[in-house]
Ligand binder design. Sequence first.
Ligand code: SAH
Ligand code: SF4
Length: 366
Amino acid sequence: MKTNLLNFDLNGLTEHFAQMGEKPFRAKQVMRWMHQSGAAGFDEMTDLAKSLRAKLNDQAVVAVPDLLVSQESSDGTRKWLLDVGTGNGVETVFIPESERGTLCISSQVGCALECTFCSTGRQGFNRNLTAAEIIGQLWWANKAMGVTPKNERVISNVVMMGMGEPLANFDNVVTALSIMLDDHGYGLSRRRVTVSTSGMVPQMDRLKEVMPVALAVSLHASNDAVRDQIVPLNKKYPLKELMAACRRYLEKAPRDFVTFEYVMLDGVNDKLQHARELVELVRDVPCKFNLIPFNPFPNSGYNRSRNENIRIFRDVLQQAGFVVTVRKTRGDDIDAACGQLAGQVKDKTRRQQKWQQIVLEQRGSL
Ligand code: SAH
Ligand code: SF4
């Protein structure tokens, strides 16, 4: 079987080339071709010796997942559905803002952690994405938006907030992060690449050592009783341990705060007492808050908090001195909001059927 070079970061590719009897600078050249010029074949890599191109054609491929669907929302949000085999798809979302462009990427097909308010979690776990499939999402987004090394950087930020728990797919995610940060890859700043985790404490410690990018933690509750209910992983790593892990992470983090994500679920975690408890909980952890009004999906059993309650909650945090943002829902008309990303065959919701219909319609036109 041919080796997919998109699975390597620069170190891996350099090693691979050494085994082929090739010099390290060749690995750099090929990295730039693949990730900066969007090359998917070796014949395009015109500054490689003909003999090397022939050897690569023989032994290797640059295999990105197939693009199934590309959609654009009326607010400029874009979404791509990529084929990751056996009927599975993963979604990638691009959110343009005035000062930056953020790409939200997936790390797994489904997720095993079963947070009760998350559509991905409800679908169960299918498999980890390979490094090629993770970085392939950036590759496609750049390609679809016509990004070249010469024009302006359209994607300035990457957040691993799509489908899956990135730290449960540690090695492949770290390889993909390494390519994102590499000057021969996407050249992104550590501060502008964010891993979001539901709180896998040992892996947070490992990430801090090997690839300390910006960190977002899905907190969602102010005490263990509530968090045990909605984020089952909390039973394994309760809040006290999670807070300590956040503090340790900050010793190496590229930013001097952790972002706490907090989904606003009506009547579950959005009361005044919860806001006050939250202020106490995070007292020793430099942080910002991102309140996410719950995005509904069929049969979720939850409702979005009332706007008035979100405002009160935000005010309590702000008055305690925290920076708080309330996430605006973007891409509503293309179901691109957090927790709404589709993807699996197992998902039998109406949305999935809608997707399948779009896939079938578009397949003809691609
Ligand atoms: N698994 C990681 C990253 C992916 S989810 C994590 O849990 O952090 C990205 C964010 O969206 C998380 O904070 C997650 O809790 C939140 N989320 C999941 N489902 C949601 C929903 N239905 N509405 C709003 N936010 C949701
Ligand atoms: Fe998995 Fe994150 Fe969804 Fe929880 S919120 S089920 S960790 S993707």
